[in-house]
Design a protein around this ligand. Structure first.
Ligand code: TYM
Length: 345
């Protein structure tokens, strides 16, 4: 009889799984400086060390009434902006949410494991339903379960977002834990990744309010495509206080916001900034912040203009992204469907 030799594979050769990062942004307008500092800029910096997936959350945008042609245009522009902000499609998975059917599918399934009470407590729902009182639709209400689906589909370890998304991340963790407790290990529990400075960039005209592209006062926000002169002028007009002392202190909301922006862009600490502008009025400080921001955004503006001239490249890139994202997301959605009792097709 022939003898058989059993060889066992050497131990510890299994490559370690790279941690997964996932985040998304809505295509509701040109990204603001808040989106950039709080989120998108950090995404590019994570590409070397993590397996990253970034997407344009167009399904989420439908929760507020959109003009169809405008939404299509903005979605393509948002995709180009993502790349212009430093996301490299060779390193990161970049796609458009509605091109990957599993997002809506998992969103629906998770809706059925979400309680009315927990969605009612979401501050973003309360804010948006007050702002759009004529259109408090079911999608606006269940928005967090769709977002949870986005994250859980890819088994993300970390989700880099601004501070305003923290509550949605906590909800995602609760929902994933609940599902795992019911059906056994299915979802990885994700951690929010919120930057130390710049997690909440405030309006330049009302520093008690978050900087937002839906602000009716265009002087309140900077977009990443604003002309350098416009940027400097908006900073010159920024609301501050009458103290004329550049220092970070409670009650100095306007100056605190400008210092946070300057710190996030230059990497300088608040102490260093206080020293740099000691004895100088707010005029010099505002000018320096404006110029630093304009300079930081210059390559983004230039790269965006270049990419928008090459629609063929953009289309090929988002198609390839959708194909890959569809394949990855199938692993989780197939498992979930089986666990909840849906008959395989
Ligand atoms: P969105 O499109 O409102 O914002 C995109 C990112 O920008 C951050 N951000 C800010 N950061 C600091 N200061 C500000 N003023 C500021 N404004 C916005 C947001 O925190 C966010 O990180 N629900 C999400 C999109 C989404 C998503 C996801 C994110 C859908 N699915 C899954 C992560 C994972 C949203 O509306 O972001």
């Amino acid at each position: 009889m022939e003898s058989t030799t059993v060889t066992t594979a050497p131990e510890a050769v299994k490559p370690e799984r790279k941690k997964v990062i996932l985040s998304g942004i809505q295509p509701t307008g040109v990204f603001t400086l808040g989106n950039y500092i709080g989120a998108v800029r950090n995404w590019g910096q994570m590409q070397e060390d993590y397996q990253c997936a970034y997407f344009i959350a167009d399904l989420h945008s439908l929760t507020v009434r959109q003009e169809p042609a405008q939404l299509r245009k903005q979605t393509l522009e948002a995709f180009a902006l993502l790349l212009a902000c430093g996301i490299d499609p060779q390193k990161s998975l970049c796609f458009i949410q509605s091109h990957v059917p599993a997002h809506a599918e998992l969103g629906w399934i998770l809706d059925c494991y979400t309680q009315f009470g927990e969605l009612s407590r979401m501050t973003q729902f309360k804010d948006k339903s007050a702002r759009h009182a004529d259109n408090v639709n079911a999608g606006l209400f269940t928005y967090p379960s769709l977002m949870a689906g986005d994250i859980l589909l890819y088994q993300a370890d970390f989700v880099p977002v601004g501070a305003d998304q923290k509550q949605h991340l906590e909800f995602t963790r609760d929902l994933a834990t609940r599902f795992n407790n019911l059906y056994g290990q299915t979802f990885r529990i994700p951690e929010p990744y919120i930057p130390k400075t710049g997690a909440r960039v405030m309006s330049l005209q009302d520093p008690t309010k978050k900087m937002s592209k839906s602000d009716t006062n265009a002087n309140g926000f900077i977009t990443v495509l604003d002309d350098p002169k416009v940027i400097v002028n908006k900073f010159k007009r920024a609301i501050t206080d009458s103290e004329a002392q550049v220092c970070y202190r409670e009650g100095k909301d306007g100056i605190n916001n400008l210092m946070s922006i300057y710190s996030a862009i230059t990497g300088r600490t608040f102490e260093q900034i206080e020293q740099e502008f000691a004895g100088q009025g707010y005029g010099a400080f505002k000018l320096a912040v404006g110029e630093a921001v304009a300079e930081e955004l210059r390559p983004v503006r230039e790269e965006f203009a270049r990419l928008m001239k090459d629609k063929g490249y953009l289309e090929a890139t988002y198609r390839a992204g959708a194909e890959q994202a569809t394949a990855i997301s199938q692993r989780t959605i197939t498992k979930v469907k089986k666990k909840v009792g849906l008959l395989a097709p």
